[in-house]
Write a protein of this length. Structure first.
Length: 283
């Protein structure tokens, strides 16, 4: 019998026009010959409830949420994963037989990308620049993966303190807020330094986080959430001081790969996804 109906997935956001996730998910669906679509959909904040009802009504397999919906979506869902519950934000919804389950794969994507490159999280001392949504997801997942200490650096004290408190209360990891002072020194015992702010994102690719790059230790790992440009000034400076560097594409691809598996039940063709995105972003 003919089967013309496509399975639907996608992303809800506003602004969302420049979100590149469709490139890697569509490449993965094509590689496995799956009749799935990934749609980039503009959803205004006041329309989120209707849009989530449509996920059920139109039998979407699942959906990604981006700004400004990651927190507001929570009361509209049926269940939350452990990580999404701790983080307090959802970037992925899975439609399991009409039940909408909220997950957060941002942090898992980040930790998977590091682990695949033999960076050890268990017992690691980590410094995270930023305390927004990406930092919350990354800090939570690093803590759940056994990080021993996390320095949370943020210019706004309230959110920095709040993230440190969250990690201390909800995980076994010890977290401490560090005010973001000028030319901030990276503590010598840091194993992994992470930029979880948008500093350096196009069109501000000449910007870099204000830290003392001379305090970066040879062999330290440095990771950026910024994926456009792929080679940020932050990573260039860290590499110049001997750090092993990991760009934002790894996190984006790995969270996309996790979402792919959650929605299709198939193993994700990670190389296909990475190459499609790298080609798109590097031209
Ligand atoms: P949020 O707006 O939630 O948080 C931004 C954080 O960056 C805050 O802590 C903010 O500090 C800090 N910040 C922003 N501008 C500056 C500045 N000029 N100087 C110092 N601190 C600054 O954003 P998200 O956490 O959701 O996203 C952060 C970045 O991560 C974005 O660029 C996003 O595209 C990227 N991202 C990448 C992913 C990937 O897969 N590679 C996945 C998810 C996000 P304050 O509290 O003081 O305002």
């Amino acid at each position: 019998m003919a089967h013309y109906r496509a399975e639907l997935t996608g992303v809800f956001g506003d602004p969302v026009d420049d979100n590149p996730t469709c490139v890697l998910e569509e490449a993965a669906y094509a590689a496995l010959g799956l009749n799935y679509r990934y749609l980039t959909i503009k959803v205004l904040p006041e329309d989120l409830e209707t849009a989530i009802a449509a996920v059920k009504a139109m039998n979407f397999k699942g959906i990604n949420l981006t700004m400004p919906h990651k927190i507001k979506v929570i009361p509209l869902l049926d269940e939350l994963s452990e990580a999404a519950g701790i983080i307090g934000a959802v970037n992925t919804v899975i439609n399991k037989d009409g039940k909408l389950i909220g997950e957060n794969t941002d942090g898992k994507g980040f930790t998977t990308a590091l682990k695949n490159n033999n960076v050890t999280l268990s017992g690691a001392k980590i410094m995270i620049l930023g305390a927004g949504g990406a930092a919350r997801a990354i800090a939570t997942e690093c803590a759940l993966n056994g990080a021993s200490h996390i320095y949370i650096v943020n210019r706004t004290q309230v959110s920095g303190n709040e993230l440190a408190r969250l990690i201390n209360e909800k995980t076994k990891c010890c977290a401490e807020y560090v005010p973001w002072t000028e030319n901030l020194a990276v503590p010598a015992d840091t194993d992994i330094l992470i930029n979880a702010t948008p500093i350096g994102f196009t069109p501000n690719q000449m910007h870099r986080p204000d830290i003392d790059y001379d305090t970066i230790r040879e062999g330290m790992a440095a990771a950026d959430v910024v994926f456009d440009p792929v080679d940020t000034l932050f990573l260039e400076e860290c590499a110049r001081h001997g750090a092993r560097c990991f760009n934002g594409i790894g996190m984006l691809v790995q969270q996309g790969a996790l979402n792919f598996t959650l929605w299709t039940g198939e193993e994700a063709p990670v190389d296909v996804m990475y190459n499609a995105l790298a080609k798109e972003l590097q031209g």
